[in-house]
Design a protein around this ligand. Structure first.
Ligand SMILES: [Zn+2]
Ligand SMILES: [Zn+2]
Length: 250
């Protein structure tokens, strides 16, 4: 067995060789990586992934102007106060911009799947309250045709890092148009009827589950998933995403 100091020395040597010979760039900031053996995103970029700071809406996790939360027993954003939601509690690692957006894109569009591990671990850390006492994580599924084209489901990769069992409780029965570029109202319409509960999902009646996805934009996809799970008897549906588009009006 190699001693830890040997492993360290070996890594250092590998890092210097790799950074000179291959000169790989950070998948987020595109600067040359000093420590390529530590993954495709540099330490500086990981440090730049800032959490959404409280106060946040108790239900959807959107940041709240502080004056609002003071006068209310339960701090809810205007959207959550207006409409009932099937997702009981949603949280994200941070806002969908800057470095976090680049990391999510690197996973999804450049197939840098190894990034799902550190990003999923960050979700596990920052979403600890959502994961507490949950029976399982349920990845938001891709339609089989999209899954085939991409070769993997990034939501499932992230869900595997959360320290709870992963249950493929949902399947996508309709190949919807990509939500990107659609206005908020159409996003809800676009995913209505898009999901169905699988046989595995039907065993979750009475339990608390955590939906997992890479990005929540308007929350339309998560809501559609939560509605079918609740219709099947799931008691509580929470959601944990890597990123969240903040302050979008629906
Ligand atoms: Zn970087
Ligand atoms: Zn809210």
């Amino acid at each position: 067995m190699l001693l830890p100091s040997c492993v360290h020395a070996f890594r250092e040597a590998a890092d210097s060789i790799l950074s000179v010979v291959l000169a790989p760039a950070c998948a987020a900031c595109h600067e040359p990586l000093d420590h390529p053996t530590q993954g495709p995103v540099c330490a500086r970029c990981w440090r730049a992934v800032l959490p959404l700071t409280p106060p946040v809406c108790d239900r959807c996790g959107d940041p709240l102007p502080s004056w609002r939360s003071i006068s209310l027993p339960l701090a809810l954003c205007p959207r959550c106060r207006r409409a009932g939601r099937a997702v009981d509690r949603a949280r994200a690692v941070g806002a969908y911009d800057g470095t976090l957006r680049s990391i999510v894109h690197a996973i999804k569009y450049d197939a840098r799947r190894s990034l799902a591990r550190p990003l999923g671990q960050l979700m596990r850390e920052r979403g600890a309250d959502v994961l507490a006492s949950a029976a399982c994580a349920v990845p938001v599924p891709l339609h089989p045709s999209r899954r085939r084209t991409r070769g993997f489901n990034q939501a499932a990769d992230l869900a595997r890092q959360l320290g709870v069992p992963v249950v493929a409780a949902l399947r996508r029965v309709e190949a919807t148009r990509p939500q990107t570029g659609l206005p908020a109202a159409q996003r809800h319409r676009n995913v209505r009827g898009a999901f169905a509960v699988t046989r595995a999902g039907r065993t979750l009646s009475g339990s608390t589950v955590v939906l997992v996805d890479d990005v929540s934009t308007t929350g339309a996809t998560l809501e559609a998933c939560a509605r079918v799970l609740k219709a099947c008897g799931v008691a509580e549906v929470r959601a944990l995403t890597a990123a969240r588009v903040v302050g979008r009006v629906t």
